[in-house]
Design a protein around this ligand. Structure first.
Ligand SMILES: NC(=O)C1=CN([C@@H]2O[C@H](COP(=O)(O)OP(=O)(O)OC[C@H]3O[C@@H](n4cnc5c(N)ncnc54)[C@H](OP(=O)(O)O)[C@@H]3O)[C@@H](O)[C@H]2O)C=CC1
Ligand SMILES: O=C(O)[C@@H]1CCC=N1
Length: 273
C-alpha cells in the first residue's frame, strides 16, 4: 500500500485498534502519530506500538498526509474548528471514523473542497479481524479511495457503501455488533457459572463455542447460517429445546429492534453533532 504520514486525532479504543492492526501488518510505526490530551494514554500507546505522539492536535496534524478523526462525535465540531484555525487541509486526506457525523458537517467545519472518506470500523481491528464500511463522496480521488481501502484492509475486511446512509447500516451490523456478541457471551458465561463451572472454564467453553462457530461459518461460505444451525439441532434434542426458548421470547424480533435502535441513534446524532 502507499505509505503516507498518518495522524490520529484521538488515541482511544478505536484509534488503538487501528494503530495496533496497522503496525502488526507491517505499516511503518514511524509514519504514524497519535494525538490526545492525556499524556498517559498517548504515551502508553506510543510505547506499545512505537508510534509518535503529540499533545497538540494541530502540531501533530501539520505535516500529515492523512488525518484520522477518532474523537467522540460530541467533540468532533470543537476539535475540527480548532484544527481548521491553523492547519491547511488542501492536499490532505481526512478519514472520519465517528458515528453520527456526516460529510456535509465536515464540509461546513473544514471546507467544501475537503477530501474526506467516512469509515465505520469495529474493535476487532485490534486483532486483524475488523470489518470497516467505507463511504467516499464523489470527488474523492481514486488514489485516496485506494489508500483508505488498503488502510482498513490491513486490519480486517471492508465493504464500500454507495450512499452515506449505508454507514448507519454498517454501524448496526458490524460497528456496534461486537458488543452484542459480548453481551450474549457474558450471559452464557454467567449461566455456566450458575451451573457449577468455575469462571475460567465457563469462559473457555463459551469462547471456544463462539470462535468455533465463527470458524465453521468461515470455512463453509456456501452454507447459510440457518443450515449451520440445523446441523447442530437434533430432532427432539437439547438444541431444539434451547432454540424453542429463543423463539418463544422472539429473539429475532429483539435483534431487529436493537439494530434499528442503533440506526435511529446514529440518525439522531447526525442532527445533534
Ligand atoms: N469503540 C468502537 O467500537 C467504535 C468507535 N467508533 C468511533 O470512534 C470514535 C472514538 O471512539 P472510541 O475510540 O471508542 O472513544 P474513546 O473514548 O476510547 O477515545 C476517545 C479519544 O479521544 C481523545 N480526545 C478527547 N478530547 C480530545 C481532543 N480535544 N483532541 C484530541 N483527542 C481528544 C481522548 O483522549 P484521552 O485519551 O486523553 O482521554 C481519547 O483518546 C467515536 O467517534 C466513535 O463513534 C467507530 C466504530 C467503532
Ligand atoms: O457506540 C458507538 O456509538 C460507537 C459506534 C459503533 C461502535 N461504537
Amino acid at each position: 500500500m502507499q505509505q503516507r504520514k498518518i495522524t490520529f486525532i484521538g488515541a482511544g479504543n478505536m484509534a488503538q485498534a487501528i494503530v495496533a492492526g496497522l503496525v502488526s501488518s507491517g505499516y511503518p510505526a514511524s509514519l504514524i502519530t497519535v494525538c490526545a490530551p492525556s499524556e498517559h494514554h498517548r504515551a502508553a500507546l506510543a510505547a506499545r506500538y512505537g508510534v509518535n505522539h503529540h499533545g497538540d492536535n494541530a502540531a501533530g496534524a501539520h505535516d500529515a498526509d492523512v488525518i484520522v478523526l477518532a474523537v467522540k462525535p460530541q467533540l468532533m465540531a470543537e476539535v475540527c474548528r480548532q484544527l481548521a484555525a491553523t492547519v491547511d487541509f488542501s492536499g490532505k486526506l481526512v478519514l472520519s471514523i465517528a458515528a453520527g457525523v456526516n460529510v456535509s458537517r465536515f464540509y461546513a467545519l473544514l471546507g467544501e473542497n475537503l477530501a474526506i472518506v467516512r469509515i465505520m470500523p469495529n474493535t476487532p481491528s485490534l486483532v486483524g479481524k475488523g470489518l470497516s464500511g467505507l463511504f467516499a463522496p464523489s470527488g474523492v480521488s481514486e488514489s485516496d479511495r485506494a489508500f483508505s481501502a488498503d488502510l482498513m484492509c490491513a486490519v480486517g475486511k471492508i465493504c464500500w457503501v454507495e450512499d452515506e446512509s449505508g454507514i448507519n447500516g454498517v454501524i448496526a451490523a458490524a460497528g456496534s455488533a461486537p458488543a452484542y456478541f459480548f453481551l450474549f457471551m457474558d450471559a452464557m458465561q454467567q449461566q455456566a457459572v450458575s451451573m457449577g463451572f468455575d469462571e475460567p472454564t465457563a469462559r473457555m467453553m463459551v469462547l471456544q463455542a463462539a470462535s468455533g462457530a465463527a470458524a465453521l461459518a468461515e470455512a463453509n461460505p456456501d452454507q447459510p447460517f440457518s443450515v449451520l444451525r440445523q446441523n447442530v439441532t437434533s430432532k427432539g434434542g437439547t438444541t431444539a429445546a434451547a432454540l424453542q426458548v429463543f423463539e418463544q421470547q422472539q429473539l429475532n424480533h429483539t435483534i431487529a429492534e436493537a439494530m434499528q435502535a442503533a440506526v435511529a441513534r446514529a440518525e439522531e446524532m447526525e442532527k445533534s453533532f
